[in-house]
Design a protein. Structure first.
Lengths: 259, 281
């Protein structure tokens, strides 16, 4: 079977350095990652490992200082609807209702009103918020806000969904529920997901492949395919084996450096 | 996705906000009246039956107010003129305030958004800002002559800065995250102005307008020291020269009430467009 050889996302030797108070800080160094359409990738690492920087480069919010980030073989230039971002702090427009937040993207791209209405209804029911269509963000719980944020990028035909610790601010129960809902959405829509997290269990539960990153300088250490059958049982021995392996790998960086 | 689990609190919150029982609002009104009534009683006790008191008792002020409003048997120059003066002042307050809003909102958006404009205009405006409206009075009369044009100018000045400063603040404090969110949804560059900056700054602009209108009332007396024949400020100055303190107090009360009613009206107007903001609406 001749699959298209161009990956949806191709990260080639991407580096990023910032100038902080006259010093140059290497946030990301020589990252390589190729993502096939429909893959669920988790970027896993402690803070400062460059996982959010990598995500923001793919989103187009930052430009790489070295290497290149390609989508469908073309360099990424600035933010755009093909790469929808879900922020940890939601980033919803507080003055717009749930419906208008979801319709923001299509409206920006000048879609006709009737089409926007249909799109909004489709995605608002996809995330189960029909009853809250006219509510404002400040009237919603954290989990509901994040559902709106997800619906908002889906309604805008995003091909890649970039998620920056999206469930980090939610309580454990809501987080588990949203993880299930996200996987359900992902399996039904064929989306490509790039998901940043520092929680090992979350990464193993969600990802096709886990990208392990480490700090100073931020870099990719290893990429592990997670071959466990879905829906994954977090208490199974196989899951625990992966957890132990990833945990050892992450913690090895905290050990004192040998002289 | 399935139906959200955390729906009840949000619904309950919306419900309680809408249906306040009337008992609570009655209690609120009674509490609000406590202080004015107490002040009235104190005023009465301190002034009544003292023939040489320079401050007239409340009953005398009330009679003057009635005479000022609808005239009376022993009419004087002030009788039945309240509506004329109130209308004149309202025209100047809203005229000056309107001009201030027309100038300050666009200017504030520009200064808040365009660094070049900020560098060009902000220092000058910040130096002019502490100069009190009273200090402008002589210059205003030279520049605009005796009469209503100077009055409009002074009211304009009083209302201008609160609107400007709050508009700049609103534009400058838009959450950077919202620009990122808009950009990744396909709204970039100048399109962000109408769809992100303006709505995000609206609560601050609105606060500025409210303060500006308040200041327009505050400076109306100074504004009407410019030799205009009518207006609440004008009768206060005229009554002062005639030692008609009860008329002065009437003018003060009318300004207070009119300013309060205007503020409430502006708040009502803002309620719908700002329903999304937890600190307004």
């Amino acid at each position: 079977m001749a699959e298209p050889t161009v990956p949806i996302l191709d990260i080639r030797g991407v580096s990023k350095s910032f100038a902080v108070q006259g010093r140059t800080v290497q946030a990301l160094s020589g990252a390589n990652l190729s993502v096939a359409k429909g893959e669920f990738i988790c970027l896993l690492g402690a803070s400062g490992c460059g996982k959010s920087t990598l995500l923001r480069i793919v989103a187009g919010f930052e430009t790489a200082t070295g290497g290149e980030a390609l989508m469908w073989g073309k360099p990424i230039e600035g933010p755009g609807p093909s790469r929808g971002m879900v922020f940890q702090d939601y980033g919803l427009f507080p003055w717009l209702t749930v419906r208008d937040n979801i319709g923001f993207g299509p409206k920006s791209r000048g879609r006709p009103a009737a089409e926007i209405r249909d799109t909004v209804e489709r995605y608002i029911s996809l995330v189960g918020l029909q009853r809250f269509g006219d509510a404002f963000p400040h009237q919603l719980s954290g989990g509901m806000k994040q559902r709106v944020a997800i619906a908002r990028v889906l309604a805008n035909d995003a091909e890649i969904v970039l998620m920056d610790e999206p469930f980090g601010a939610l309580d454990a129960m809501t987080r588990e529920r949203l993880q299930d809902e996200l996987l359900d959405l992902w399996s039904r829509t064929g989306l490509t997901v790039l998901f940043v997290t520092h929680a090992i269990e979350e990464a193993i539960f969600l990802a096709d492949r886990v990208v392990v990153m480490s700090p100073s300088p931020g870099r990719i250490d290893a990429i592990h395919a997670i071959d466990l059958a879905r829906r994954r049982d977090v208490s199974s021995p196989a899951f625990n084996d992966v957890r132990r392996m990833l945990s050892a790998q992450l913690h090895s960086h905290h050990a004192p450096v040998a002289a | 996705m399935s139906a959200p689990a955390v729906s009840a609190p949000a619904v309950a919150e919306v419900a309680t906000r809408r249906a306040l029982p009337s008992f609570a609002s009655l209690k609120q009104a009674l509490l609000a009246l406590t202080l004015p009534v107490a002040m009235g009683i104190a005023w009465h006790l301190l002034t009544v039956g003292k023939p040489y008191s320079l401050i007239p008792p409340p009953s005398e002020v009330w009679m003057a107010m009635v005479d000022l409003a609808i005239g009376g048997p022993e009419g004087d120059a002030f009788s039945g003129t309240l509506l004329t003066h109130l209308t004149a002042s309202l025209t100047r307050v809203f005229g000056g305030f309107g001009l201030a809003a027309l100038a300050a909102v666009p200017l504030g958006l520009l200064i808040g958004r365009v660094p070049l404009m900020r560098q060009l205009l902000d220092p000058t405006l910040q130096i002019l800002r502490p100069v009190p409206v009273t200090a402008w009075l002589p210059l205003a009369m030279i520049l605009f002559g005796l009469g209503p044009r100077s009055a409009y100018f002074l009211v304009f000045l009083g209302a201008f800065y609160p609107i400007l400063v709050n508009t700049i603040f609103g534009v400058r404090s838009v959450e950077p995250r919202l620009f990122e969110a808009a950009a990744m949804l396909g709204c970039r560059g100048s399109a962000q102005f109408a769809r992100v900056v303006l709505p995000a700054a609206l609560p601050s602009i609105f606060t500025g307008l409210r303060l500006g209108l308040g200041f327009a009332w505050v400076v109306i007396v100074v504004g009407e020291m410019t030799g205009v024949p009518t207006g609440l400020g004008a009768i206060i100055m005229e009554a002062r020269q005639l030692s008609r303190t009860e008329i002065v107090i009437c003018g003060m009360i009318v300004i207070g009430v009119a300013g309060f009613v205007c503020d409430r009206a502006v708040m009502l107007i803002g309620q719908r467009p700002l329903a999304w903001s937890p600190s307004h609406g």
